[in-house]
Design a protein around this ligand. Structure first.
Ligand code: SF4
Length: 173
């Protein structure tokens, strides 16, 4: 790989180069923003395994940003769900995938094929995604929430600890 030009590398090899460059400074924290979103399944698995072994062997903390919950399931110790720049729910991964409480978290899980069988059974979130620069009043999820009430639009829901280490921003859950 050392003697090749960047455009001679495949997408998986390019991701490895990006990761190697990021590790050259021996960081304690690595932010990986959608690192496998453009890779095919076998390449995805190679890059995920590489990141997991770096996490274990170098004791490297990795903040993994992704829209793909099946990837989250494979790599995460802790999950933070954000919507319009706000934290909706945060917990350890097992709690999240088995007992998520926020309507947005539940909708994400219900719309992921790997967790919910055939495509026909998958849930689809209705409603408009508001602009992050002009969010709706109160809870940012009101325009799409299936259980919203008028009260949801009166104030941004406070973040509560509903169980040890489990944070939630919803007034009805
Ligand atoms: S506060 Fe209201 S709109 Fe927001 S997630 Fe909870 S129920 Fe839905």
């Amino acid at each position: 790989m050392r003697s090749r030009y960047p455009d001679e590398l495949n997408s998986g090899q390019r991701q490895r180069v990006v990761i190697a460059r990021a590790l050259a400074l021996q960081p304690k924290l690595l932010v990986a923003d959608e690192p496998v979103s453009r890779l095919d399944v076998s390449m995805q698995s190679q890059i995920l395994n590489l990141l997991l072994s770096l996490h274990r062997e170098l004791e490297l903390t990795i903040v993994f940003i992704t829209h793909d919950l099946s990837v989250v399931r494979q790599v995460a110790d802790r999950v933070i769900v954000m919507y319009l720049g706000r934290i909706m729910e945060s917990s350890d991964a097992d709690t999240f995938f088995n007992r998520a409480r926020h309507p947005y978290s539940q909708a994400l899980i219900a719309s992921t094929p790997r967790f919910h069988g055939s495509r026909e059974e998958l849930a689809v979130l209705e409603g408009e995604i508001p602009s992050p620069i002009s969010p709706p009043p109160g809870c940012p999820f009101t325009t799409r929430c299936p259980i919203k009430t008028p009260e949801c639009s009166t104030a941004v829901p406070p973040t509560r600890e509903v169980a040890p280490g489990h944070l939630l921003a919803c007034i009805h859950r």
